[in-house]
Design a protein around this ligand. Structure first.
Ligand code: AP5
Ligand code: MG
Length: 217
C-alpha cells in the first residue's frame, strides 16, 4: 500500500493518516511533522524550515524533496508508506514520480480530503497539539479529558504558531495557488479519490476505507 493524503491545511490529513498508518501498518511520512521534529531537536534544517512554516510559507522544494527521498529510500518504506502533506507543488509531484520510478513502484491511491474554507478556519483555530507525543485535539470537536493535557501521555497541549490567523490566511492562499493544481496532475491517472472531509472523524475514515477496498479489489 502506497498512499498519498492531500487536502487543504486543517482538512484532517494528520487525523486520518494516524488511523490509516495503524490499521494498514504503513510507514508514516509527514513532511510537516518531520520539520517540526527537526526544530524540536534543534537541528539546522528544522530551525531554517520553521522561519517559513511560522509565516505559513512553503519550505523550498529541493530541501523538502531531499528529506522525503532519504526517508523513502529506507528499508521500512519499501513495501508500504503514507505521505501526508507531500507533494505540495507540481515540482514536488514530479520529483516524487522520479523517486517512485527509481524504487520500481507506483502509488496505490491519492486520497484528497475536500473541506470548505469556513470549516478549515474553525478547525485550525481550535486545534491543540501535544508537545511531547504530537497527538492532535480540538477544543470543540475533540477536547482532551483534562483541559490542556494530552489524554495519551499527559503532555502539555499547545497551539501551533502557524494556526494563528495571519499564517492561516497565507497557508490557504498558497494551497489554492501551489498545491491545488496537483489534483489535476493525479486526476488523469485513475488513482485520485475525493473524500468529503466535512463529516465526523469516523464517517470520513469509513469513506476512505471503503474507497481503498474498492481500489485494491
Ligand atoms: P503540515 O503540518 O502538513 O500542515 P498543513 O498541511 O497545513 O495541515 P495541517 O497539519 O494544518 O492540517 P491537517 O490536514 O493535518 O489537519 P488535522 O488532522 O491536524 O505542514 C506545516 C507546514 O510545513 C506547511 O505550512 C509548510 O510550511 C511546511 N511543509 C510541510 N510539508 C511541506 C511540503 N511538502 N513542501 C513545503 N513545505 C512543507 O486536523 C485539524 C484540526 O481539525 C484538528 O484540531 C482536528 O482535531 C480537527 N479535525 C480533523 N478532522 C475533523 C473532523 N472530521 N471533524 C471535526 N474536527 C476535525
Ligand atoms: Mg497535519
Amino acid at each position: 500500500m502506497k498512499l498519498l493524503v492531500m487536502g487543504p491545511p486543517g482538512a484532517g490529513k494528520g487525523s486520518q493518516s494516524k488511523r490509516l498508518v495503524e490499521d494498514y501498518n504503513l510507514t508514516n511520512i509527514s513532511t510537516g511533522e518531520m520539520f517540526r521534529e527537526a526544530y524540536k531537536r534543534g537541528e539546522k534544517l528544522g530551525i531554517e524550515a520553521m522561519e517559513y512554516i511560522e509565516k505559513g510559507n512553503l519550505v523550498a522544494d529541493d530541501i523538502t524533496n531531499e528529506i522525503v527521498r532519504k526517508r523513502l529510500m529506507k528499508k521500512a518504506a519499501e513495501s508500504s508508506f503514507l505521505l501526508d502533506g507531500y507533494p505540495r507543488t507540481v515540482n514536488q509531484a514530479k520529483a516524487l514520480d522520479d523517486m517512485l520510478e527509481e524504487m520500481g513502484t507506483r502509488l496505490t491511491a491519492v486520497i484528497n480530503i475536500v473541506v470548505d474554507k469556513e470549516v478549515i478556519l474553525e478547525r485550525m483555530v481550535g486545534r491543540r497539539v501535544c508537545k511531547s507525543c504530537n497527538a492532535t485535539y480540538h477544543t470543540k470537536f475533540r477536547p482532551p479529558d483534562k483541559e490542556d493535557l494530552c489524554d495519551e501521555c499527559g503532555g502539555e497541549l499547545y497551539q501551533r504558531e502557524d494556526d494563528k490567523p495571519a499564517s492561516v490566511r497565507n497557508r490557504l492562499n498558497i494551497y489554492e495557488s501551489k498545491t491545488k493544481p496537483i489534483i489535476d496532475y493525479y486526476k488523469g491517472r485513475g488513482v485520485l479519490v475525493n473524500i468529503n472531509g466535512m463529516q465526523s472523524f469516523e464517517a470520513v475514515y469509513a469513506n476512505i476505507r471503503r474507497s481503498l477496498r474498492e481500489i485494491i479489489r
